[in-house]
Design a protein. Structure first.
Length: 244
């Protein structure tokens, strides 16, 4: 009887081990412990598709002349109504330019009725591709958006690599190259406006996000940082409204 019980327990653990090995559970644990970098994980995660399904249910009821925000976790954490009262937040944490290209068709019924479309994406691409490759994706994003709508593209915001030099330092040069080319893309298109959303987030000019403006991890804005970013975006919209 004891041998049978022991064999049963061993078999049960073996089956459980196989199930965990084939799932993303172990990868998730290793990621949380810092044993693997995000580049080793799937770019379009289960979380991405779950949130996208939520977004898809809201598209048909988005009011005409709304401002639609599309971005990653930095956008997801922004109270977009502080930028423009009638706004919709379609940010997805961890998203990249590839992810935005994938999900644009879901939003198209709302995008075609939008007042402005705000795109703020790119920082997570540093794990997956060069700045040049990300810009090529961004060009496709702009080409796939409704061509009769005004689009605001926000520069990738600064990060503070002093809290994690190994992880964040490569992002600083990547960001400079990406933003330079993003501005060029915007300037080539009549209805696209580039906004340097990082103005006021790097007050000493060292190319880093001020420690007082992030949540401690060096990437995500805290309340004070979001107030500055929201103001930069709001000012851009006011300028467009004045020009119109």
């Amino acid at each position: 009887m004891k041998r049978f019980t022991l064999a049963y327990v061993v078999l049960l653990h073996a089956v459980l081990g196989v199930v965990l090995w084939k799932s993303d559970f172990l990868d998730s644990i290793k990621y949380r412990l810092g044993l693997v970098v995000p580049a080793l994980q799937s770019e379009l995660t289960d979380y991405y598709y779950q949130v996208l399904s939520y977004h898809g249910r809201s598209v048909e009821v988005v009011p005409d002349d709304s401002v639609i925000f599309i971005g990653d976790s930095i956008t997801q954490g922004l109270a977009v109504s502080a930028v423009y009262p009638l706004s919709v937040n379609y940010g997805i944490g961890g998203d990249t330019t590839n992810g935005v290209l994938e999900r644009l068709p879901v939003y198209m019924p709302a995008l075609e009725r939008a007042k402005y479309i705000v795109v703020a994406i790119g920082i997570n691409d540093t794990y997956h591709r060069s700045a040049d490759q990300a810009i090529r994706n961004y060009a496709q994003i702009l080409d796939n958006l409704p061509q009769d709508r005004r689009v605001i593209v926000s520069a990738v915001l600064p990060v503070d690599d002093t809290v994690n030099e190994e992880k964040l330092s490569p992002r600083i040069e990547w960001r400079k190259e990406f933003n330079r080319e993003l501005k060029r893309l915007a300037d080539e298109r009549s209805l696209v406006t580039f906004v340097d959303g990082g103005i006021g987030l790097d007050t000493d000019g060292d190319g880093r996000l001020d420690p007082s403006l992030h949540d401690g991890a060096g990437v995500h804005l805290n309340g004070a940082g979001n107030l500055i970013w929201a103001k930069n975006l709001r000012n851009a919209m006011l300028s467009l409204e004045t020009a119109d």
